[in-house]
Design a protein around this ligand. Structure first.
Ligand SMILES: [Zn+2]
Length: 183
């Protein structure tokens, strides 16, 4: 299931092909530096994951599989973007202000971000844009695959997804979701 991706040499920045094998060292053919790609810290790998979802994988002995999915299908061998991190700050701000409430459930697709419900009309600010939501709607961080598939510019889904909470890896997302998730 590995596929060639382009990464940059950590030392000289040269473009290198990488087969997606995490934990396997790559040597830069330009400067000779050897490094391990996608060495995102463990803490950061779980940045978007609901702790309950993570604990469930851990209990099932499949945490490695989830980690792999997050590193390759969700993060695509890169780091979280500035917008991803901005989303986290915004949702934390809205929660602190009592505008949204964190539900006792998490999104169906890996990395299983927590689901928030709007307690009143409001808006997130992402990348300088105001993204409005209405009271009762659910707010969920949207992974790159979801963004690509539904042509969403910002990493957030706003809608009602109550029937969709079945555990699923990002790489296994079904077409059945398409109709439901169209904003
Ligand atoms: Zn190099």
């Amino acid at each position: 299931m590995s596929r060639l991706q382009e990464i940059q040499c950590e030392n000289c920045g040269a473009p290198l092909e990488w087969d997606g094998s995490y934990g396997k060292a790559v040597t830069c053919q330009y400067c000779g530096t050897t490094f391990i790609p996608a060495a995102t810290t463990m803490e950061d790998v779980w940045l978007m994951t609901d702790p309950v979802a993570r604990a469930r994988y851990e209990a099932n002995g499949t945490l490695d599989k989830l980690e792999h999915d997050i590193r390759y299908e969700v993060m695509r061998g890169r780091d979280w973007t500035a917008l991803d991190r901005e989303y986290l700050r915004e949702i934390a701000r809205l929660e602190a202000e009592g505008v949204v409430r964190r539900l006792a459930s998490f999104w169906a697709v890996s990395p299983h971000p927590p689901v928030f419900r709007a307690l009143r009309d409001g808006a997130l600010r992402l990348g300088g844009q105001r993204i409005p939501f209405k009271k009762g709607e659910e707010i969920i961080w949207a992974c790159p695959m979801t963004r690509d598939r539904f042509n969403i510019e910002y990493p957030v889904l706003i809608a009602d997804f109550q029937d969709m909470r079945v555990q699923q890896l990002c790489g296994e997302m079904t077409n059945a979701m398409q109709g439901r998730m169209t904003p």
